[in-house]
Design a protein around this ligand. Structure first.
Ligand code: PHB
Length: 392
């Protein structure tokens, strides 16, 4: 037996994009249901990155009970390190903006608590199989609940915020893989360790043996990465070997070591779906696009998609005006491709390709110098990293 539930907007995915969208829609008086395959605990305990642009922080700060300003920390710059020297990119000095470090799972805890307190219908453990009726006024989501019951969500509009393995994407782009994409011949070996921060700001380091990033999660937990082979086995290195690799890749800084409690290999790729909307179904965030993590753009891009989509849905569903939704994908794609470029550029400028020749290596140092030694170069980086303003 199938239970059918009516809603105005069916949102698949309770990550930052889906939850923020339900919040913005509720503010506009539009009711929605959010479903996610994962349990609440899984969503809230997966430790993920969170470099937030000013616009993202301003939006999160409006969520009742948000801890973004108390638990998050403002970062006024990053360091680019190469050829044994560090170069600070001073964000406020260059563009009058900063970024905030607020791990994604902390933002998700705030969002889930606020949405539930606001009476949001939010269902965990729901597996979505397919979406039908994109070209009609009544698109539907077909799913199975945590108890194994069939569930149909019949809506005015369906949004897939269901991550890089999106099932909703099939209803929009025609297949799971329908998109523009690029793979990279390297990955990141990431660790979480219990230690105080080794540096106040993030260090993006290019060294002859490859890239490393020194990031943070809190005063007592640090996140660090080093470039590795995409097929590397995260269990193959001892803790001592991991620390040797990291120390060697950030010459000039002595990293404070501590017990490593998580390790993973993150493959990366750039992806943009061929279509972001078909009729009354749209995809946002990682369901629509993936960026390599070097530019810290992932969550911010998802938020920008959703801000634009909420405006378009308000126009469509409360005033019957389809003008904004018709232009939504094109508008969102302008920012998405700028962020794709920035993420690709930071990645290729800082990593050492496995087949790099001496020419490539020296050219790369020339590129890094032309960025840090030029105010225009530093300004481009600061502008993109802290986030472009949303177009009106
Ligand atoms: C992270 O802390 O995981 C992180 C920070 C900055 C990036 C990517 C990842 O560019």
């Amino acid at each position: 037996m199938t239970t059918t539930v009516r809603t105005r907007v069916a949102i698949v995915g309770a990550g930052p994009a889906g939850l923020l969208l339900s919040h913005l829609l509720a503010e506009a008086g539009i009711e929605s249901i959010v479903v996610d395959q994962r349990t609440r605990d899984e969503i809230e305990s997966t430790i993920r990155a969170g470099i937030l642009e000013q616009g993202t922080v301003d939006l999160l700060a409006q969520i009742p009970g948000s801890r973004v300003h108390t638990v998050g920390t403002r970062h006024d710059g990053i360091e680019l390190r190469f050829d044994g020297h560090g170069h600070r990119i001073d964000f406020p000095g260059l563009v009058g903006r900063s970024v905030w470090l607020y791990p994604q799972h902390e933002a998700l805890k705030d969002l889930i608590a606020a949405r539930l307190a606001g009476g949001q219908d939010l269902r965990f453990g729901v597996t979505v199989h397919r979406v039908e009726g994109a070209e009609t006024d009544r698109p539907s989501v077909f799913a199975t609940t945590a108890d194994g019951e069939d569930l149909q969500l019949e809506a005015d509009f369906v949004v897939g915020a269901d991550g890089s393995r999106s099932n909703v994407r099939v209803a929009v782009a025609g297949s799971h893989t329908g998109g523009y994409f690029r793979e990279y011949p390297f990955a990141w070996f990431g660790i979480l360790c219990e230690a105080p921060a080794s540096s106040e700001e993030l260090i993006y380091s290019n060294s002859p043996d490859g890239f490393a990033l020194i990031s943070q999660r809190s005063a007592t937990v640090q996140r660090m990465y080093f470039q590795c082979d995409p097929d590397a086995d995260p269990q193959a290195l001892s803790e001592a070997e991991i620390w040797d690799t990291l120390q060697n890749r950030v010459p000039g800084t002595t990293l404070t070591e501590g017990p490593i409690f998580q390790r993973d290999v993150l493959r990366f790729r750039s992806f943009v779906a061929h279509e972001l909307r078909r009729g009354r179904v749209a995809i946002v965030g990682d369901a629509a696009h993936t960026v390599p993590p070097t530019g810290a753009k992932g969550m911010n891009l998802a938020v920008a998609d959703v801000i634009l989509l909420a405006q378009a849905l308000e126009s469509l569903l409360t005033r019957g005006d389809g003008g904004l939704i018709d232009g939504w994908a094109e508008k969102a794609l302008r920012r998405i491709w700028k962020a794709q470029h920035f993420s690709w550029w930071m990645t290729s400028m800082l990593h050492v390709a496995p087949d790099a020749s001496d020419f490539d290596r020296l050219r790369q140092l020339g590129e890094l110098r032309s960025v840090v030694e030029s105010e225009a170069g530093r300004t481009y980086l600061a502008e993109a990293y802290t986030g472009w303003p949303l177009e009106p």
